[in-house]
Design a protein around this ligand. Structure first.
Ligand SMILES: C[C@H](O)[C@@H](O)CC(=O)C(=O)O
Ligand SMILES: [Mg+2]
Length: 443
């Protein structure tokens, strides 16, 4: 491998005004403007190779993530890709445990989002150098090398390096067939795009009917603001999709623990497979109580999109506090930390169903779930990856969905590169889209 020295990092605040039409709205995030802190790493390679990465936010506050990326950039610029990937665990720790900056985390909040954006760009660069899409880089990687990318600090009581290695080695059996199956059929997906909380019943009906006609069979509905509204919307969607299709509900942390149990019990007649984020995302024992109370109703608990690191996932798994692990490509420390979470989920035999509600999240997380199926879990039982039908047109290699399945990306990299024209137009606050909105506000 060429050295590929990283000579420059740029980061931009890119926002899409999705709140204008209530796309992405839920019981807690009523006006999200899907946004990214968008990172580009430039190298001194002959081919002027670049690495592209991002982390997702919902609008205001993206400038704080941009600031944190800038603060971390001194740890990256000047390093070569070769030295980073020859000790990726060490580099991960350098970023996540810098002696001074860890005080503003550690491994949580804004600094963790910034770590994700930078490391996503490093993984993108690595995959481009190898000429492979990221999922294929991971699938082809020697298990010991994969393990060397993970920081096992704080999780060895749940998963040792040896156990993780054994899981990967065991899953080598049948890997080739599973890869071929994915290339042919794709990975099963569900849609959240029909039933954001701010959509009218008419919109919901129309989008749901269209989705059914396109072959979708699994649907997620936002709930949690008003019980009577939830009953009406769940009843409507259940009627539209029929008894055999799958329904999930998502409260985005709206309730207290007992409130969650009472509320979801009242929605049980619509047979949701899971209730997602019923309460505070940090409340492990609260989720355990909810899981226990809802199990007799056949409703599981799903969480993870705001679970900030591997230690939180460890506790959720140890406490049987969740039945679906929702990894997120931009919330935790990139691929490195998601590898740890995927392997812990495998050990605890809990299905991984990634979160992807946001801009760019579908593009990224499809790589991780393909790796999970091909190289770790070897199972599709009770597993599916979220899909939202927004903003893919701004990416150079947008996701491809066929018959409600993610088709494995073929372009080298982690699918994070955005179209420069889109970035310029949506850059906040000076891009033309935001200048026009400001102008309208003044009229
Ligand atoms: C604010 C986001 O759109 C959030 O509602 C996404 C989410 O919870 C999901 O996709 O799940
Ligand atoms: Mg959610």
């Amino acid at each position: 491998m060429q050295e590929n020295k990283i000579i420059k990092l740029t980061v931009r605040d890119v926002r899409f005004p999705t709140s204008l039409e209530q796309h992405g709205s839920d019981a807690m995030h009523t006006d999200p403007d899907y946004s990214v802190a968008y990172v580009v790493l430039e190298t001194d390679s002959d081919a002027a190779l670049k690495g592209y990465g991002l982390t997702f936010t919902v609008g205001r506050g993206t400038e704080i993530v941009v600031c944190a990326v800038k603060a971390l950039s001194t740890l990256v610029v000047g390093k070569t890709l070769k030295e980073i990937v020859s000790d990726f665990r060490g580099f991960y720790r350098l970023l996540s445990s810098d002696g001074q900056m860890r005080w503003v985390g550690p491994e949580k909040g804004v600094i963790q989002l910034a770590t994700a954006a930078i490391l996503n760009a490093v993984w993108d660069l690595w995959a481009r150098v190898e000429g492979k899409p990221l999922w294929k880089l991971l699938v082809d990687m020697d298990p010991a090398k994969l393990i060397s990318c993970i920081d096992f600090r704080y999780i060895t009581d749940a998963l040792t390096e040896q156990e993780a290695l054994d899981i990967l080695v065991k899953a080598k059996k049948g890997q080739k067939n599973r890869e071929e199956q994915m290339l042919k059929e794709g990975y099963p997906a569900y849609t959240t795009s029909c039933a954001w909380l701010g959509y009218t019943d008419q919109q919901l009906t129309q989008l749901c009917s269209e989705a059914l006609a396109q072959g979708w069979t699994k649907f997620k509905v936002k709930v949690g603001a008003d019980l009577q509204d939830d009953i009406r919307r769940c009843s409507l969607i259940r009627k539209l999709i029929g008894p055999n299709n799958t329904l999930m509900i998502d409260a985005n942390q709206r309730w207290d623990v007992n409130e969650a149990i009472t509320w979801v019990t009242k929605l049980a007649e619509f047979h949701p497979l899971w209730i997602e984020e019923p309460t505070c995302p940090d409340d492990v024992l609260g989720h355990a109580s909810i899981s226990k109370a809802l199990a007799p109703l056949g409703i599981g608990v799903a969480t993870g999109e705001q679970c900030h690191n591997r230690v939180m996932f460890k506790q959720f798994l140890q406490a049987a506090a969740l039945q679906f692990v929702q990894i997120d490509s931009c919330r935790v420390g990139s691929v490195n930390e998601n590898l740890a979470i995927i392997l812990m989920a495998a050990k605890f035999n809990v299905p991984v169903c990634p979160h992807a509600g946001g801009v760019g999240l579908c593009e990224l997380v499809q790589h991780l779930i393909l790796f999970d199926y091909i190289s770790v879990s070897a199972s599709l039982n009770n597993r599916m990856c979220e899909y939202v039908d927004h903003l893919h047109e701004h990416f150079k290699s947008p996701t491809i969905i066929r018959n409600a399945h993610y088709i494995p990306p073929k372009d080298p990299g982690y699918s994070c590169e955005m179209l420069e024209e889109s970035v310029q137009k949506h850059q906040y606050p000076d891009g033309e889209v935001w200048r026009a909105i400001e102008q309208q506000g003044k009229q």
